[in-house]
Write a protein that binds this ligand. Structure first.
Ligand code: PRT
Ligand code: MG
Length: 215
């Protein structure tokens, strides 16, 4: 009898971009999360299943063993931390960058140079805190859970720290990118205890993923 392997994925870009990696491991998901309402998806391999969770909940599932492994953005992993997890692969999928953006009429360079306190709205408070501490810039962080782009437009904040991919969202809201903090891609995370208990099947899966990472 073979051990069951549970893989945690989030709907949307991470699910879509993980499919080719699963295929390289001979795994095909039998349901489409965009049309099915199921949260547990079967695959062509009876011993492998996919669970659908919020992107920011993937590390929690893997850390506590609700899933043996998962795929999560570097952003999510920095914010959550990686205690109890092994991070064997940068999958180079769901790529974007973490940036500082301001309203096009806000003089960010001068505010920084003058040592003004800058109000920064973000969902990524840990990344923002580290970034501005490294630069020696004083900031008041305002935690938001979404639609960061609105904060500078309403006067809630001077700047935002958010993910940027094409830049279209910033442009549509008259915001400009003034600093790139880091490049982001998604990582494979594995529960450390599961790696000991299910070493062989997990190793095979990790190796198959490694061989299929996009350039
Ligand atoms: O559901 P939950 O709120 O927990 O997560 P989520 O909505 O962030 O999930 P999802 O699927 O949107 O993002 C999952 C992961 O994809 C993130 O953690 C990132 O690592 C990665 N990723 C890659 C992105 C983007 N690209 C991206 N463009 N995540 C979000 N965006 C958003 C960004 O926040 C901004 O609102 O897209 C907008 C900007 O896109 P452009 O193309 O207009 O610049
Ligand atoms: Mg999203």
């Amino acid at each position: 009898m073979s051990a069951t392997i549970t893989l945690a994925l989030s709907k949307g870009r991470i699910f879509e971009e993980t499919l080719p990696l699963l295929k390289a491991a001979g795994i095909e998901v039998l349901e489409d999360p965009e049309t099915s309402r199921k949260l547990i998806l079967a695959t062509n391999k009876p011993e492998v299943r996919v669970v659908l969770v919020r992107a920011s909940d993937v590390p929690t599932y893997v850390q506590y063993g609700g899933a043996d492994l998962g795929v999560a953005g570097r952003d999510v992993l920095i914010e959550h931390g990686v205690a109890g997890m092994y991070v064997p692969l940068d999958l180079n999928i769901a790529r974007c960058r973490m940036s500082v953006a301001v309203r096009d009429d806000f003089d960010y360079a001068t505010a920084v140079q003058q040592g003004s306190r800058i109000r920064v709205a973000t969902k990524y408070t840990e990344i923002a805190r580290q970034h501005f501490a490294d630069k020696g810039v004083h900031v008041d962080l305002i935690k938001l859970y979404g639609s960061m782009e609105l904060a500078p437009l309403t006067g809630l904040a001077d700047a935002i720290v958010d993910l940027v991919s094409t830049g279209g969202t910033l442009r549509a809201n008259r915001l400009i990118e003034v600093e790139r903090i880091m490049d982001i891609s998604s990582r494979l995370v594995v529960n450390q205890a599961a790696l000991k208990l299910k070493r062989e099947p997990l190793r095979r899966l990790i190796d198959a993923f490694a061989s299929a990472i996009p350039k």
